[in-house]
Design a binder for this molecule. Structure first.
Ligand code: C5P
Length: 406
């Protein structure tokens, strides 16, 4: 149950008699250290009062999508982002039907649609409703889309029937919620992640940089924390909030980034997602450069190579499991494989930055991961948050294999 410690659970309470058990479920989840925010549907409120769940969760219950006060406090998108897990208990036949169709006509269904977090459903309904072909088809569709089903159980029902459709008991639900974090595959591991661009100064007012937004590196840091890692995020200048529970070090130039990474060593895993400038001006002019009439219309800037942060750390004797990124505009897999070998990496994540939908500064990504056997694993286009989770799972698996064979 320690898997629930500090986990953030949005508990959706639908309109079924089993809603009375949700009160106990909130208590259990909190006992195990989870933070719980409750969303109630209109139906849920007919069975149990928001005040009960507010008192037990320690936070106001979220009720309406269109409530300006509630939206100002923690809006539906914030709630969706906040969640490590969305657990809907009870999940009624109606809720499941709406979710299966992607309907977003109240706060709970909207949060489900907006979240990147896993969503688990604890169905609770009359046995005939559970057996109905429509419910069965909706359940199959939900499962195929990655929703997790907790139960239902079989037994006597509030309506007097006996059969499948009883909601699982709060203890069982808390256990299953904890199991959702079984991919705490990185517990105890220190992960060092580089992100963003670097800035290489020319003079006190000018610099050379690139279009990296840092989104992928930040999404990886968040996913790694969720997977239980202790994360140090060394980032160039970006406009992104620090993901919770991540220790962030801000740097400007490539040399600063290398120094910050060296200071953060040792680590078990290094993911170099930063777009580091390969060259920097040989000298940083102490004063603002002036237009020089004697050099005509041109300006020659002498550049020198920056250190390769990833290659430097991947060659140390306390070398971490090393993962690089290859952002390329052509010959993606060729160039990526070469970098994997040249930089002595375990894995390289190749992405095609020529495609604006998945390139620098975009919301989405689609990548291929190449290993030392030059085997390629593809991850289809989706949000950077989802890709990050998939990548972290993949890396955690490979790390485990590497550690058991070491
Ligand atoms: O050689 P290239 O810049 O394409 O390699 C990309 C990979 O190497 C990325 O993982 C990037 O973060 C890392 N890198 C680095 N230091 C550099 C250049 C690249 O860590 N100076």
């Amino acid at each position: 149950m320690q898997r629930l410690y500090r986990k953030r659970i949005v508990l959706g309470v639908g309109g079924g008699i089993a809603a009375y058990k949700s009160a106990e479920l909130v208590r259990r989840l909190r006992t195990y250290g989870a933070e719980v925010r409750v969303i109630m549907t209109q139906g849920g409120r007919e069975f149990i009062t928001p005040l009960t769940l507010q008192a037990l969760s320690g936070h106001p219950v979220h009720l309406d999508l269109l409530d300006p006060a509630a939206e100002a406090a923690m809006g539906h998108i914030e709630l969706a982002r906040w969640a490590d897990l969305v657990l809907i208990a009870p999940a009624t036949a109606d809720l499941m039907a709406r979710l299966s169709q992607g309907v977003a006509n109240d706060l709970l269904t909207t949060v489900v649609l907006a979240t990147d977090a896993p969503v688990a459903l604890a169905p609770a309904m009359n046995q005939a409703m559970w057996r109905d072909p429509a419910t069965l088809a909706n359940t199959e569709l939900l499962k195929s889309r990655g929703f997790r089903l907790f139960g239902p159980a079989s037994g006597s029902q509030a309506c007097g029937d006996v059969g499948m459709g009883r909601m699982l008991e709060p203890d069982d639900l808390a256990q299953l919620a904890a199991d959702c974090f079984a991919r705490q595959s990185l517990t105890g591991q220190h992960m060092l992640i580089t992100a963003g661009p670097t800035q290489e100064n020319i003079d006190p007012v000018r610099y050379i940089t690139n279009h990296s937004s840092g989104k992928m590196g930040f999404a990886l840091a968040e996913a790694a924390v969720e997977a239980g890692a202790r994360v140090t995020l060394v980032t160039g200048p970006v406009h992104l909030p620090t993901p919770d529970r991540v220790s962030r070090v801000d740097v400007v130039s490539a040399r600063d980034m290398l120094a910050a990474c060296e200071a953060a060593m040792p680590c078990d895993v290094l993911i170099a997602a930063a777009a580091v400038a390969d060259y920097r001006p040989e000298v940083i002019a102490p004063h603002k450069l002036k237009k020089d009439p004697s050099s005509g219309d041109g300006l020659l800037l002498q550049m020198v190579r920056n250190p390769d942060i990833l290659a430097t750390l991947a060659r140390r004797s306390d070398r971490p499991f090393s993962v690089g990124f290859a952002a390329e505009t052509e010959h993606l897999l060729d160039y990526a494989s070469r970098k994997l070998m040249d930089k002595n990496l375990d894995l390289i994540v190749a992405n095609d930055v020529a495609n604006p939908a998945i390139g620098f500064n975009s919301e989405d990504n689609a990548v291929s991961v190449i290993d030392r056997d030059l085997q390629e694993t593809r991850f289809a286009q989706t949000s950077k948050g989802k890709i990050a989770r998939q990548l972290i799972d993949f890396i955690a698996n490979r790390l485990k294999q590497a550690q058991t064979h070491a």
